[in-house]
Design a protein around this ligand. Structure first.
Ligand code: FAD
Length: 305
């Protein structure tokens, strides 16, 4: 119930204005967001690399309905990718892109075109792009765009969400040679018709989807902080005779950092998703909805403003 309310607030511009002016919420932002500038993002990637961790950088922003904003987002990715190349970080660091930030809600073809330009820049920088997944109304359109991008850039990654009832089947059909699929639980408020609502059902779907990805020919990217699912991922990789470099784990910046280092020290590929930029509101609200303990801190920060 509380999760639903917070996720609904994540899309409210009125609440965004209210939260954005609360000073204490800034310190909460710093836990989950690496900074506001390209230099902050590059510094975070460099620091993670020195700890033996991979990174995927996300320039925050979503649900853009202004074409100029979508162009500005594309330009920031181009800028970021040339900085990664110049800093020699392309081997350890890729980028994650939300199609709604490059105009998916304005014009799908323009979003595809901007995403294409980002993929081309990533290819020339020697790295890859993963296209984030947003709510279920754009699942088909997003998968279609990833499939088109993969015709030109074979390594464009997709994201599938275990809470969607369709995901096990999507894993089976997308886990083809050369594919890179990030599997997460899913972070949006979705109706019962399309998504499992009980956490246990989401976890079971996640395990079935791990099996489908590990059995397939692609490169699974298991994005979860859930200790049981990490253990199941390790077990399934062994069962399917996967070499340690044929799959990876992913976690979010600021969440379970000690576990990130532990997995890397044990020889697993561990990638950290690093958001940066000043459009942090929607991202932060989804993180709050994931954990009741965070909600208490967050509510206090608004109350004491
Ligand atoms: P949970 O059951 O939520 O959490 C397991 C444990 O992890 C918790 O008990 C707690 O100890 C810790 N934990 C989890 N969340 C938090 C938090 N916010 N603060 C502190 N501790 C926490 N979702 C999408 O819908 N689309 C995407 O494209 C997408 N990309 C992602 C990329 C990466 C690399 C990751 C890690 C997640 C991504 N997500 C995405 C979010 C994902 O769907 C989940 O909402 C999120 O990861 C929480 O699920 P969980 O698997 O960690 O399990």
């Amino acid at each position: 119930m509380l999760r639903s309310v917070i996720l609904a607030a994540a899309r409210s511009s009125k609440f965004e204005r209210f939260v954005g002016t609360a000073p204490v919420s800034r310190s909460l932002v710093r836990r989950y967001v690496a900074g506001e500038t390209t230099a902050d993002a590059v510094a975070a990637a460099r620091s993670l690399a020195s700890d033996g961790l991979l990174a995927t950088l996300d320039y925050l922003g979503e649900d853009t309905i202004v074409a100029e904003q979508a162009d500005a987002t594309r330009d920031e990715y181009l800028n970021l990718l040339s900085a990664l190349k110049a800093e020699g970080l392309s081997e350890t660091t890729e980028v994650s892109v939300k199609l709604s930030a490059v105009g998916q809600r304005i014009d799908v073809e323009l979003a595809y075109d901007r995403a294409r330009q980002i993929c081309a820049a990533a290819e020339s920088a020697g790295t890859t792009v993963t296209i984030d997944m947003e709510d279920h109304t754009v699942t088909d359109s997003t998968i279609e765009i990833v499939n088109r991008l993969r015709q030109d850039f074979g390594d464009t990654g997709a994201v599938l969400q275990a809470y969607l009832r369709r995901t096990e089947d999507d894993c089976k059909s997308l886990a083809t040679a050369g594919s890179r699929i990030r599997l997460c639980k899913g972070a949006y408020k979705e109706p019962e018709t399309v998504a499992y609502q009980r956490p246990l059902d989401v976890d079971r779907s996640y395990v079935r989807s791990i099996n489908a990805l590990m059995a397939g020919d692609g490169y699974p990217m298991l994005a979860t902080h859930d200790p049981r699912l990490v253990e199941i991922g390790i077990d399934r990789a062994r069962w399917f005779d996967r070499e340690p470099d044929s799959f990876e784990f992913q976690m979010l910046y600021g969440i379970r950092p000690a576990e990130q280092l532990r997995l890397a020290a044990e020889g697993y590929r561990m990638r950290v998703y690093v958001p940066y930029g000043d459009q942090w509101y929607g991202y932060l609200m989804r993180r709050m909805a994931e954990r009741p303990a965070n909600l208490a801190v967050f509510a206090r920060s608004l109350w004491t403003r």
